[in-house]
Design a protein around this ligand. Sequence first.
Ligand code: MEV
Length: 316
Amino acid sequence: MTSASAPGKIILCGEHAVVYDQPAIAIPVTQVRATARIEAAPDGSGLIIDAQDINRRVEVSRAGAKEPLAAAARVVLGRVGAPIPDATITLTSSIPVASGLGSGAAVSTAIIRALALFLGHDLQSDQISQLVYEVEKLHHGTPSGIDNTVIAHERPVYFVRGRPLETFRIGAPLRFLVADSGLHSSTREMVAGVRAAWQAEPARLERIFDVVGILVREARRAIETGAAQTLGELMNENHALLVQMGVSSPALERLTDSARRAGALGAKLSGAGGGGNVIALVEEENAEDVERALNATGAHRVILTTAREDAHATQE
Ligand code: MEV
């Protein structure tokens, strides 16, 4: 039996603008993971992907070109030049789907890494990341590549589309509460909505993207110097710009407001928006108050994740 797993992720700042070549910052969330286990099957079985959590069983040789699980397997076979093996991949994931935590990219990463290992190829993280990006393009149309990068490398990233991996220092541990609104959203649709707004009003949207870029660069400096207060303010400003892009929603507004009122240093939606998660930057002393406020405002689940220099991102 061969297995591989991949974490979830949160975007700290810069989502959407990153599709338009601005920088963005993301960290892995290792408390939630997607895992793929692969075992040889009798001759003639073909390759089966059994995704138990979502009740889906995919036979790779019969699946359509856009079926995402089969697509992840096919990119590996293409990369290593192998025929479809006789094997079963069992997939499990604790990452909520369609919630901004990168579940699709994590599932692809786990399948790709496990299948490559099964076929005798220990691919590097950047090779895995590129293969996951191929699959992401099928789901999301014009992905920036940030999700596959942060998840395949499992490291904090300062990401600019088309540039090699860049990570950064974390001057002091940063505690984020990740609160799930419980509302699903489609990254493809949210990205398409921003594109439509940009096509309708290019000058207004480009001004917003430029300001996001400036504050992401400031956020990086704040993270490197351990200036949590400043980072919180920048997160609030980033959220206001995401509202102007049209990707917030009443539920996300209620959650970010309640986190700030309960003492969070900053709060914003994270990922594509519409539904999905909000993140709140908290201090050790007020983490519980903010968590309680988020739960009282209807959060379906709240995770505490800490970004720190040594472990990159660990959970408490
Ligand atoms: C999704 O996690 C982040 C977006 O910026 C889309 C992308 O970068 O591809 C909304």
